[in-house]
Write a protein that binds this ligand. Structure first.
Ligand SMILES: CCC/C=C/C(=O)SCCNC(=O)CCNC(=O)[C@H](O)C(C)(C)COP(=O)([O-])OP(=O)([O-])OC[C@H]1O[C@@H](n2cnc3c(N)ncnc32)[C@H](O)[C@@H]1OP(=O)([O-])[O-]
Ligand SMILES: NC(=O)C1=CN([C@@H]2O[C@H](COP(=O)(O)OP(=O)(O)OC[C@H]3O[C@@H](n4cnc5c(N)ncnc54)[C@H](OP(=O)(O)O)[C@@H]3O)[C@@H](O)[C@H]2O)C=CC1
Length: 272
């Protein structure tokens, strides 16, 4: 098994986001924290969203000496009213040049074991909350000619056993991303999806997930997991002038996992 802590060589100028603002959901852990810290290192004023205040506070402590800044709002992104209000506060404070819809997740189960309530929970978190956040951020994104990065999954165009609800939600997000890339192109707003392969974070830390890691790495042609830093660097790239004409895309950062046998969270035939 090869679990990666690969840190990409920085390619962006240190002060590239000075004077700019961002919102990152799920900034208290894993991929979202790495993105928030990389943006702070590049001079951005970042607001983090997430439910756990203590986790967000830890990110704030890690960002304390960085050129940018990190503030946070503890909220559930499924609470549209709270989300709208927090987005407006962040936008009024420092503008929104970049919105990263990263908060997300699901449980792993065959479709036959997903109740309607379980389905609705996962769709609400991974699709509807992305719509709400992006819509709330629109006036600020328009003012800044900003960018949106939606954290998706590798292989959403091919299917992943055990992830029926989540793949359906992320495929919906890709449709939303492409539609808004057209509707908002005239405003100078760009929207893209990033599809990481397997990333070893708290989200994949339970015993069952750890046992799956070997097979996930084996299904990855480049033979290793994706590091949080790699996802962070690509997010920053998409927000930078280097990404100025990139919009409406799904960029898979997965060592070709989407071209291999697929990343499956359960075995086929476990439907009963
Ligand atoms: C290759 C890489 C892959 C990706 C990796 C990552 O994404 S890593 C990132 C990973 N990070 C995360 O995933 C973190 C975020 N994830 C979450 O917070 C949850 O997964 C959530 C979205 C379901 C929470 O929504 P919520 O607070 O509304 O949840 P709730 O507790 O109220 O339950 C609602 C319904 O779901 C049902 N249900 C739950 N578990 C199972 C199960 N194992 N089986 C079947 N069903 C299950 C539950 O029974 C209930 O339905 P019921 O029984 O009443 O009909
Ligand atoms: N790890 C992996 O292999 C992969 C992960 N992804 C995706 O990347 C994203 C980040 O996952 P990762 O860093 O791995 O895992 P984590 O579990 O560490 O991150 C999930 C984050 O989302 C936040 N979150 C979850 N639900 C809510 C909610 N209702 N309201 C507000 N915040 C919420 C959590 O914060 P809190 O609990 O404090 O609310 C947490 O910070 C997810 O969308 C995930 O599906 C994609 C591909 C692979």
């Amino acid at each position: 098994m090869s679990v990666s802590d690969f840190t990409p060589q920085p390619v962006l100028r240190d002060d590239i986001f000075n004077g700019q603002g961002a919102v990152v959901s799920g900034a208290g852990s894993g991929i979202g924290r790495a993105i928030a810290l990389r943006l702070c290192a590049l001079g951005m004023a970042v607001t983090g969203f997430g439910r756990r205040e203590d986790a967000l506070k830890e990110t704030a402590d890690l960002a304390a000496d960085m050129p940018g800044s990190f503030d946070f709002e503890a909220l559930n992104v499924r609470d549209t009213e709270a989300l709208d209000a927090a987005m407006a506060r962040s936008g009024d404070r420092h503008g929104i040049n970049l919105l990263v819809n990263n908060a997300g997740g699901q449980f792993f189960a065959p479709a036959t074991k997903i109740s309607r309530k379980g389905w609705d929970s996962v769709l609400d978190l991974n699709l509807s909350a992305v719509f709400s956040a992006t819509k709330s951020a629109y006036p600020y994104l328009k003012a800044a000619q900003g960018a949106v990065v939606n954290i998706s999954l590798s292989g959403i165009d091919r299917g992943s056993m055990g992830l029926a609800h989540s793949v359906a939600a992320r495929a919906g997000v890709l449709g939303l991303t492409r539609t808004l890339a057209l509707e908002w192109a005239g405003d100078g707003i760009r929207l893209n999806c990033l599809g990481p392969g397997t990333v070893v974070t708290a989200g994949l830390s339970d015993e069952a997930a750890r046992q799956m890691l070997d097979s996930l790495v084996a299904a990855t042609p480049m033979g290793r997991t994706t590091s949080v830093e790699e996802v962070a660097e690509l997010t920053a790239f998409l927000a930078s002038p280097a990404g100025a004409l990139m919009t409406g895309q799904l960029i898979q950062i997965d060592g070709a996992a989407h071209l291999g046998p697929g990343l499956h969270m359960i075995d086929g035939g476990s439907n009963e």
